[in-house]
Design a protein around this ligand. Structure first.
Ligand SMILES: [Zn+2]
Length: 138
């Protein structure tokens, strides 16, 4: 895959997913942020670099979709919103490896990012996040 998905601020983020890395931006002031954007909310700086997280977080909320709004969409599916352990403002959505209705999800459940490369017709994005339950050993 070429990692051509995304815009000026997010293209590198999508490329990191292809390398199975969950990255957020880190400003020179130390603040972490996601979604990717040019400007730091804390200090206004335009200077930043990518920070690779361990992909660990906790479930904040989720939604289960039971009706396909576009042809070819496989339902049901679940989208989970996770707060990364790396920072309380880092809320990142992804799929779910558990029950397709989300019946095994609870707020505060400890999860970790996995990476999947579905065969999408348009070829983009090439790699997506799927959250999975964290093992005690993780
Ligand atoms: Zn800053």
């Amino acid at each position: 895959m070429t990692g051509s998905y995304g815009d000026r601020d997010s293209a590198s983020w999508w490329q990191a997913l292809e390398r199975q890395q969950l990255q957020v931006q880190q400003c020179t002031c130390g603040a972490l942020r996601w979604a990717p954007r040019a400007l730091c909310n804390e200090c206004g700086s335009f200077d930043w670099e990518w920070f690779t997280t361990d992909g660990a977080g906790t479930v904040v909320t989720w939604t289960a979709t039971h009706r396909a709004f576009t042809p070819g969409t496989v339902v049901p599916f679940v989208v989970v919103l996770v707060r990364l352990d790396a920072g309380e403002n880092l809320l990142i959505p992804g799929g779910w490896t558990g029950d397709e209705h989300g019946s095994d999800l609870t707020v505060g459940l400890q999860v970790v990012a996995e990476f999947t490369s579905p065969d999408l017709r348009d070829g983009n994005p090439s790699t997506l996040i799927r959250w999975t339950r964290r093992n005690q050993a993780n």
